[in-house]
Design a protein. Structure first.
Length: 372
């Protein structure tokens, strides 16, 4: 997966320019960095990665504030795809040429929806009115979903026109796998969280998980086939985040609490029961990153700004057991795994680095550093 945001393709990225940038020299040669990322970052004084999407283990794209780059050889060489003023927040390519992106023209501005049919070199802005999209997920060249903070939309013509899908009141995150089936994370003031499920395109919803929480600060849902994972955030403080991670292996009908991370700064994790483990990746006190599901194996990113470390945790058996992999130096991360072995991780802080693992997150190899 996804990454819960993206759909994996099976084609390769067409890289035509011969640009060589090794991990060792990327940060040292300023002329090469300028050729790759552009002469000036957009909206900041430093270049930063914001999203990473790989179509295969060796082929993918990374984007940030004013640039998009790609590789087709496991990050040994990188090619500039776009440089300019767009500040990318999400990439969503369905194959090597066709994709959509969310990007801002100003740091505090709304996301614009961009479309490309040549791999990202040419970007076309699609009007979205007042939708204020925060996430997109296209299933093919025509059909996809768009998500704002509270609402869900669908399109059948590549994003030119959108229809709102009915979701429960106080929905704060939703994920649809197809036109009929979806899940919504609902906040309940004074109580906590509920996960709702629809099997008729949003006409009807029913609650499948209820979790009390002292603090309510959002979360994430990720779905692959009959697996449903829900991350529920508790409180945050002292550079620490409390959260819970729940797993369902039968389309949300029953759930297991996998991670229950209490922290001194964030307080008690959502839910009254214990988890399989008491800490997530990059602990103690680490923040949860995004969820990535690949071939049935789920990964959760984690980062600890205070501890200056990033890493992942994983489960290969639906949450019956959970393993936190060793952390590496970093400040914030975004992950994208292809299978049980190969995965990519971006340090999305101002440090700006890309890492590759070929052993499921046990070890990481630096493939690009942009601010060293």
């Amino acid at each position: 997966m996804r990454k819960s945001k993206f759909t994996k393709g099976i084609t390769t990225l067409a890289i035509t320019a011969a640009m060589t940038m090794s991990a060792a020299s990327a940060g040292a040669a300023s002329s090469s960095t300028s050729d790759l990322l552009g002469s000036k970052p957009a909206g900041s004084d430093k270049f930063q990665f914001s999203d990473i999407q790989f179509l295969t283990g060796n082929t993918g794209r990374v984007a940030g504030n004013g640039f998009m780059i790609g590789t087709s050889d496991f990050g040994n060489d990188w090619q500039s795809i776009y440089t300019g003023t767009w500040q990318f927040t999400q990439l969503d390519f369905i194959n090597n040429t066709t994709g959509w992106m969310l990007a801002k023209s100003a740091v505090n501005g709304p996301n614009a929806l961009l479309y490309t049919k040549d791999g990202g070199t040419t970007l076309t802005k699609i009007k979205t009115g007042s939708m204020n999209l925060e996430r997109i997920s296209f299933k093919n060249e025509n059909f996809g979903f768009g998500y704002s903070r509270a609402f869900t939309y669908k399109t059948a013509d590549g994003g030119q026109h959108w229809t709102k899908i009915k979701t429960p009141a106080n929905t704060r995150y939703a994920d649809f796998t197809d036109e009929q089936n979806g899940y919504a994370l609902v906040v309940v003031p004074g109580y906590g969280y509920k996960i709702h499920k629809t099997t008729d395109g949003g006409k009807n919803w029913r609650s499948v998980l209820s979790v009390p929480s002292e603090s309510i600060s959002g979360g994430e849902i990720a779905v692959e086939r009959n697996q449903v994972w829900a991350r529920l955030n508790g409180g945050a403080g002292m550079s620490q985040q409390s959260y819970a991670l729940y797993s369902s292996q039968n389309d949300g009908e029953s759930w297991t609490k996998v991670i229950s991370q209490n922290t001194a700064g964030g307080g008690k994790a959502p839910g009254n029961s214990a988890g399989i483990v008491n800490e997530g990746p990059a602990s103690p006190g680490g923040h949860p990153g995004n969820i990535s599901i690949a071939q049935g194996i789920v990964y959760l990113g984690g980062f600890s700004p205070a501890g200056e470390k990033i890493g992942v945790g994983r489960s290969a058996n639906g949450g019956k057991t959970w393993t936190n992999m060793p952390s590496i130096t970093g400040f914030e991360n975004d992950i994208d795994f292809i299978n049980g072995k190969i995965g990519w991780m971006a340090d999305t802080s101002s440090e700006g680095a890309i890492y590759l693992t070929k052993d499921g997150g046990k070890t990481w190899t630096s493939k690009l550093k942009i601010n060293k």
